[in-house]
Structure formats: structure tokens, C-alpha cells
Design a protein around this ligand. Structure first.
Ligand SMILES: [Zn+2]
Length: 249
């Protein structure tokens, strides 16, 4: 790290358990962020500002006027622009040294596999059930930790699933029924603006802890947040011994 970086990240470095070593880990980290909407916005901005060295952001959607109420990486001038490109520009406006790669199409199959394999950590910031299950399976195949978050209406939750931890459940242990259409999205149900900031910021925090090894991650637990009543609930989550994704065969 040069003198400019020591100054830029000084508030991290003065944390005794973080120090220069923690910042070096962030500067060398490669993060794959799927989704640059409500959750993806604070994740991209915080991880970019925090000094994550390389971020690949994936989103096939374009910025719409109805997004600006909560998707804070995008501005009025970005309407019509691809969200991954717009979020990338927002990161480099804060931190010009951050390397950002924007992918403007939805990834599946080999293309998704390649990106997951190349990342140190994957973050799910989508509101699409199909993508969530696919991402979970792909992370498990490649042994990559997945930081998962969801937010709709006034409620959200966050968790971390880690194939490198033997006892870790996966996303499908939490929601076993892949056919259930129970997953809600903001377009149909609405969402209170700062909720995505709360949950997205928690995902960014968990990502930093996983990348640096500082603190204790949410592996084996889910944190639920009820914004209307200001209540947090931490619930332990065990591996489903019959899970088709993560249970030992
Ligand atoms: Zn599982």
C-alpha cells in the first residue's frame, strides 16, 4: 500500500483486528455481485469505497424512473442505462482505483460457472427465485461462499452460505421448495426505500468479514429484519441432511 492508500483506508487500518493485513486482503479480493438494483446499490458503493480491488457486477436490466426511490447507485441521468454499467460508474466516482467489470446480460450455464470460479466471494442481490437457486448450486459446485440477502415490503433477511464450512447449510436448505412461487418481488409488492439499504449494507459487512476473516460470519444463521417494528431476529439454520445441493451424498 502506498501513502495515498494508507490515508484513504486509515479508518479501517486503525481497527486493531483489521489493520493493514485486512485492508490488503480487500485490495486483492475479487467479488462477483449479481444484481445492481436496490440491494446491489449499497453493496457496490460500500465495497467499492471500502477498497475491494476487483468487482464484477452482473445485471441485464436498465435503470427506470421507478428504481430511483431506492436504488441509490443510479441517478436521474442514468435512466435507460444498464444497471451494471451505472453502478460501476458510481463506484469509480467514489474510488477511481477500484477495478470494475460490468456484465450486461443475465448469466447461466458455463458463463455463470466461469465467473463464480474466478471470484473469491459471490453476493446474491437479485429478486429472482430462479437465479437464486442457480447461483446457490453454482457456488456449491465451485466451493465459493455466497452472501445472500432479500428485501421486500418492510421485511428482509441476510445470511451467508459457505461450502468450505462442513456444517454450513445452503440457500436451498433455507427454502427447500424450488417450485414454490412464494418469493415476493418489489415490482409486485412494493418496498420501503431504506430497507434495501439496511439489508444491502449488512450484506456488504458480511462480505468484508468473509474476505478478511475478521469477526464471525452469519454461516449457520439467518438474520431477519422487520423494518415496520424495528425488530431483528437471529435464527439458527442447520444443514438439511437431504438437501440435493449441499448434503454429502
Ligand atoms: Zn442445502
Amino acid at each position: 500500500m502506498d501513502d495515498a492508500q494508507l490515508l484513504q483506508y486509515s479508518r479501517h487500518i486503525m481497527l486493531p483486528d483489521f489493520d493493514v493485513a485486512g485492508q490488503e486482503k480487500l485490495l486483492h479480493a475479487k467479488v462477483l455481485l449479481i444484481g445492481a438494483g436496490g440491494l446491489g446499490s449499497p453493496i457496490a458503493l460500500y465495497l467499492g469505497a471500502a477498497g475491494v480491488g476487483h468487482m464484477t457486477i452482473v445485471d441485464d436490466d436498465k435503470v427506470d424512473a421507478s428504481n430511483l426511490q431506492r436504488q441509490i447507485a443510479h441517478g436521474d441521468g442514468d435512466i435507460g442505462e444498464n444497471k451494471a454499467v451505472s453502478a460501476g460508474a458510481a463506484i469509480t466516482a467514489v474510488n477511481p482505483t477500484a477495478r470494475v467489470h460490468a456484465i450486461t446480460q443475465r448469466l447461466a450455464g458455463d458463463a455463470l460457472s466461469q465467473q463464480v470460479a474466478a471470484a473469491d466471494l459471490v453476493i446474491d442481490a437479485t429478486d429472482n427465485a430462479q437465479t437464486r437457486y442457480l447461483l446457490n448450486r453454482t457456488c456449491w459446485q465451485h466451493g465459493k461462499t455466497l452472501v445472500s440477502g432479500a428485501a421486500v415490503r418492510w421485511e428482509g433477511h441476510v445470511s451467508v452460505f459457505s461450502p468450505s464450512v462442513l456444517s454450513s447449510p445452503c440457500y436451498q436448505c433455507l427454502y427447500p421448495d424450488t417450485e414454490a412461487d412464494a418469493q415476493l418481488n418489489c415490482a409486485d409488492n412494493g418496498v420501503i426505500s431504506p430497507l434495501v439499504g439496511v439489508i444491502g449494507s449488512m450484506q456488504a459487512l458480511e462480505a468484508i468479514k468473509c474476505l478478511t476473516g475478521v469477526g464471525q460470519s452469519l454461516v449457520g444463521a439467518v438474520l431477519f429484519f422487520d423494518g415496520k417494528y424495528g425488530e431483528w431476529q437471529r435464527i439458527g439454520l442447520s444443514k438439511n441432511p437431504h438437501c440435493p445441493v449441499c448434503a454429502a451424498s
